[in-house]
Design a protein around this ligand. Structure first.
Ligand SMILES: [Zn+2]
Length: 276
């Protein structure tokens, strides 16, 4: 009888130890949304279609950035418009900075491990310089465009001066990037809006898979109709990227969030709450 008790106790202890070990191998994963610019309604979205698809369409437009927590590591995804400053701030400037929003979550800029940038446009890179200690993750095509001697209009190298001058760590991504090495958070190579454009996949435990577009599409009407903005760098790459993204969304049964569409970002809980 005593021996049985011992065996039982050993079995209970073993399952406890194994259970604890299993739990500690899966770091806590969550996804929060930051306000990265003032929302408005675009009364003329004609430049978002190279086939004149949107005559008279009004679209609720917003600017959003994201925070992925993976255990004690953090990824900031896109950095939005620069915050309001000076006497005539941009009408789309956010009221509070990313660093101030992080403080609400009791986090500092120094705790951000990675800053992932979907592409080099100004409304996605406005606050990247707030995270100089983070490893910059950016598509290779965009990184090369930022490093051109005479960058094209719309490319914003000044914000990346810290990394361009060799002051910070950078990974220029030729393809997808498994950010934390466990398949839970992946930057997806979706070129076309810009040469190195990326989107973001986060595999949450409770909410399930979430796909965040970057500017692969700017609003639902364009996403649904495979629309290509007039200012994209490649029509063919945009269509191929939309095809890949939509197949991924279907096969992973993912929630799609279009970053600029005010109707879409509500799929995540309001800041400071996060989806898990
Ligand atoms: Zn863009």
């Amino acid at each position: 009888m005593k021996q049985m008790d011992l065996i039982l106790a050993a079995a209970v202890l073993a399952s406890f130890v194994l259970g604890t070990a299993a739990a500690s191998t899966a770091p806590e994963l969550s996804l929060a949304r930051f306000d990265c610019g003032k929302s408005s309604t675009l009364n003329d979205v004609s430049r978002f279609s190279d086939v004149s698809a949107f005559k008279g369409l009004n679209v609720p437009f917003t600017f959003s950035c994201y925070l992925v927590k993976h255990g004690n590591d953090y990824l900031v995804w896109d950095t939005g418009n620069p915050p309001a400053s000076g006497s005539t701030p941009s009408p789309s400037a956010p009221k509070t900075s990313l660093v101030e929003q992080l403080a609400v979550l009791h986090l500092t800029a120094q705790q951000i491990t990675f800053v992932g940038i979907s592409h080099y446009h100004g409304d996605h890179v406005g606050q990247v310089a707030s995270f100089p200690q983070a490893t910059l993750l950016i598509g290779k095509g965009d990184w090369e465009a930022l490093n051109e001697t005479t960058p094209n209009p719309g490319v914003n190298p000044a914000n990346f001066a810290h990394w361009i001058t060799g002051g910070g760590k950078v990974e220029a991504l030729p393809g997808d990037k498994d950010v934390f090495g466990d398949g839970s958070v992946i930057l997806l190579n979706t070129p076309g809006h810009t040469p190195g454009h990326h989107s973001l996949l986060v595999k949450l435990k409770d909410m399930g898979n979430v796909l965040i577009t970057g500017d692969l599409a700017h609003f639902r009407e364009n996403y649904d109709s495979n629309g290509v903005p007039t200012f994209n760098t490649s029509r063919a790459e945009t269509l191929a990227s939309l095809d890949r993204f939509k197949q991924l969304a279907k096969n992973l049964n993912a929630t799609v969030i279009i970053q600029h569409d005010a109707r879409d970002i509500e799929k995540l809980p309001a800041f400071p709450a996060s989806a898990k």
